[in-house]
Design a protein around this ligand. Structure first.
Ligand code: ATP
Ligand code: MG
Length: 577
């Protein structure tokens, strides 16, 4: 009876065994599988007296034989010893190439700290997915003439001698409706203890941003439900607005509140956690669930204990998931929490890949990796379905330094920033938005007309108040008009304080602004401002339901309605005790 022995360095999968048996046509024979780690990689087949040896160990033996012969020949010919290595390199490559297809196969020559260097793979593309042995996936990042530098995405037991294959693919992740309400890792695996999301569609994590002709103007509002922001730093669908501030200044809370406010507004939300603590993210998931926001939200999670490569690809995964919805004509809000940690993960990878370090030890292309990510947020033209992705990247500053390298980069990429100030936060002004340093470059055109008119005045009032407040600390005697401005300014600032997870509807924001800007708070003590506004809103929606309906529909307040609303408000205020 024919006997076939198959030796391999690692156990073959059932699929591989079936294929092999079909190829060898061993229906009538006995087949033995032996695992021999000494083979390093590849397989050897002993079929009767025929031997087929395609192992890495044999390659090395062959190489050594050639090398030995070359060295002895060279020495006989009088070639200098220093020239031998170059000769060896030339010839040994020929030998290996004749056995392995070096275009798609290579050998690991070093593996440490999640970074592998591979000899061979001459046809490999940048960002191509590589399969190493049967145990790990890596991403090609450095393409040099002699070797490839790749970062490990999964599996860690990669060693010298493992065979690497280029798969011809850029990484893809599952996308689609099935992911809604789920927590996934950057490779698309479920992390919420439920079975993997069933979806047939996948998308490359890297994708070119829409070109200028593919985009249309940002003109629809994406309300966050936070009065200070919707009034003074408005965000439009398709905009990229940076949330920046020191640690513990309410950056994440602001983003989560914006997600909660999208309930019933047909906006899909994606929260990408980069290098966050798992406990903090699980708290966020709970909050979202509590406020009914999880059903339209997807969470892409890479925790602080994940490898740098996983943290690095997380935002691109989020972006790919968002694009799938955007190109289907839907509106998406994506939060990247936070890009400072993303930059650090990329710096780690770059240093391990021995790329030259630049300012603050970040590599030269750090601007590019953030811009290629944020440029993918867009409002698409009508021809492309009119979908949008609004991006809220978060950046953590050190001691309020917004002029550091990464903050300035991201500020210049985005269409504005919301600056949260530690001092304000500590003083109880929450959300701690610094109105002077925050801007929204495109969102103004997305605001309703009424909101735009009212908020312009409010911005000026706050600026004026802050300026006077600084000076009033020096002088003791203040004239009446200054006192009045200071007094009223304090009430305006009080009125834009807002607790977490309590978003306001647009109508409510507009009525609040109407009362604030038209100086109806004069009689109200500072500590009663919120109580007053709440009661005022309830009164107006009952008393002037028609006007409210018209404001809600058109976003405007006609001159006639304004007179009426002012009269009702004055009556309400005079009756206020
Ligand atoms: P980190 O730098 O750790 O990521 P962060 O800037 O994201 O912090 P958050 O985690 O959002 O800040 O908030 C910090 C703390 O402030 C939390 O305990 C949160 O509950 C509280 N907080 C945030 N916003 C408000 C608010 N509007 N009113 C009251 N408390 C708030
Ligand atoms: Mg945070």
């Amino acid at each position: 009876m024919r006997k076939v022995i198959v030796k391999s360095s690692i156990e073959l999968t059932r699929d591989q065994k079936t294929k092999l048996e079909l190829g060898l046509n061993v229906a009538e024979s006995e087949i033995d599988y032996i695992i021999d780690e000494g083979l390093i990689g590849g397989i050897a087949i002993l079929d009767g007296d025929k031997i087929l040896d395609a192992t890495a160990a044999q390659d090395l033996i062959d190489m050594k034989k050639v090398a030995d012969k070359l060295i002895s020949d060279s020495l006989k010919k009088g070639i200098a010893v220093k020239d031998i290595p170059a000769l060896l390199k030339e010839n040994s490559k020929d030998i290996v190439e004749s056995q392995l297809d070096f275009k798609v196969c290579g050998k690991v020559i070093s593996a440490a700290d999640g970074v592998v260097h591979i000899d061979g793979l001459s046809d490999c593309c940048y960002n191509e997915l590589l399969l190493i042995g049967n145990k790990a996936y890596a991403l090609a990042m450095n393409l040099t003439t002699n070797s490839i530098g790749a970062i490990l995405l999964s599996g860690t037991a990669v060693e010298y001698g493992d065979i690497a294959y280029s798969t011809g693919k850029i990484i893809e992740v599952p996308v689609g409706d099935a992911l809604l309400g789920r927590v996934i890792d950057p490779l698309g695996n479920a992390l919420d203890g439920r079975p993997a999301a069933r979806t047939d569609i996948s998308r490359r994590i890297e994708f070119p941003a829409p070109s200028i002709v593919d985009r249309s103007k940002v003109k629809e509002s994406l309300s966050t439900g936070i009065l200070a922001i919707d009034a003074m730093i408005p965000i439009g669908k398709g905009q990229r607005e940076l949330i920046i501030g020191d640690r513990q200044t309410g950056k994440t809370s602001l983003a989560i509140d914006s997600i909660i406010n999208q309930r019933g507004k047909n906006v899909i939300c994606i929260y990408v956690a980069i290098g966050q603590r798992a406990a903090a993210v699980s708290k966020i998931v709970k909050t979202l669930e509590e406020y009914g926001a999880l059903s339209y939200t997807i969470i892409v999670l890479s925790t602080a204990s994940d490898s740098a490569p996983l943290q690095y690809i997380a935002p691109y995964t989020g972006s790919a998931i968002a694009e799938n919805f955007m190109y289907a004509g839907r509106d998406v809000l994506i939060v990247y929490d936070d890009l400072s940690k993303h930059a650090v993960a990329y710096r780690t990878i770059s240093l391990l890949l021995k790329r030259p370090a630049g300012r603050e030890a970040f590599p030269g292309d750090i601007f590019y990796i953030h811009s290629k990510l944020l440029e993918r947020a867009a409002k698409l033209s009508k021809e492309l379905g009119g979908g949008s992705t609004t991006a809220l990247p978060i950046i953590e500053t050190q001691a309020g330094d917004i002029a550091a390298y990464i903050p300035t980069n991201v500020i210049s990429i985005t269409d504005g920033q919301i600056y949260l100030e530690g001092e304000l936060f500590k003083a109880g002004q929450r959300p701690a938005v610094n109105v002077g340093l925050s801007v929204s470059r495109v969102g103004g055109s997305a605001q309703t007309k009424l909101m735009r008119n009212l908020s312009a005045q409010m911005r000026l009032d706050i600026a004026h108040y802050r300026e006077l407040a600084v000076f009033s600390q020096f002088g003791s005697s203040l004239d009446e008009s200054t006192k009045e401005i200071l007094n009223y300014g304090a009430k305006i600032v009080e009125s834009i304080k807002q607790a977490e997870c309590s978003p306001l509807s647009t109508l409510k924001e507009e009525l609040y602004l109407f009362a604030i800007v038209n100086k109806y708070l004069k009689k109200v003590p500072q500590n009663k401002v919120h109580e007053f506004l709440e009661a005022y809103y309830n009164y107006i929606i009952m008393q002037e339901a028609e006007i409210c309906r018209r404001i809600d529909e058109s976003g405007e307040l006609s001159a006639e309605d304004e007179v009426k609303l002012k009269k009702t408000t004055s009556d309400y205020v005079s009756a206020y005790k």
